[in-house]
Design a protein around this ligand. Structure first.
Ligand code: ZN
Length: 205
């Protein structure tokens, strides 16, 4: 079901977020029915989840959804907050696809994600990861329309159009996600991009 009024309000919120890239706090994220209406308007393929099972009560996901497809399909469905699903779809449509056409000459047909909701601390420590709130996703690569793949692990450092695509993509991701970690960040991220919409701000692209 489409809700143009909700979409317009959400888009206005997004513009505010972009305007706030200089380090000012992000406005509160879309939540509940307003967020689900936004996902419907964006034509994201998802199933709402009543709750997520977690090993700790500190882990919870606001308006949890299981997403199988944003503008491109996911390699396997991922549990995340509705707000992250919406942001991922925007990023896919506004950045990933245009950049793939420009730099690789073809479409991206699949996002290879290797983790979204996960009840854990940062690097196994006590500080809660944004993954524990469903606000983060790890992306290992992309499948292109000709069947070939772009891999963060192999192509981040290998000179050529795939490296250029990944590095431009990561840089632009900093306008959509509050934290962007790449293979340049640390050894834990040698094979994926970490994108989250939590409260911290860090752009390592
Ligand atoms: Zn991550």
């Amino acid at each position: 079901m489409r809700h143009p009024g909700v979409l317009a309000a959400a888009l206005a919120g997004h513009t505010l977020l972009l305007a706030g890239c200089g380090g000012t706090p992000a406005p509160s994220l879309l939540s509940g029915r307003a967020c689900l209406a936004r996902l419907d308007a964006q034509e994201v393929s998802y199933r709402p989840l009543a709750e997520v099972s977690a090993s700790s009560s500190s882990c919870h996901v606001d308006t949890a959804v299981r997403v199988s497809r944003v503008a491109a399909g996911l390699n396997h469905p991922a549990v995340m907050s509705c707000a992250l699903a919406s942001r991922l779809d925007e990023f896919e449509r506004e950045v990933v696809q245009p950049l793939a056409r420009e730099e690789l000459g073809r479409r991206v047909v699949r996002i290879d994600q290797i983790g979204s909701f996960s009840c854990r601390g940062i690097n196994g420590g006590s500080r809660l990861s944004q993954h524990a709130l469903g606000l983060a996703i790890d992306i290992a690569g992309f499948r292109q329309s000709d069947g070939s793949t772009v891999s963060v692990e192999h192509d981040w450092h290998e000179p050529g159009p795939k490296r250029s695509f990944l590095r431009h993509l990561a840089r632009r991701a900093c306008r959509y996600f509050s934290v962007v970690l790449t293979p340049d960040s640390n050894a834990e991220h040698h094979a994926h991009l970490h994108l989250d919409i939590g409260r911290d701000r860090l752009c390592e692209a």
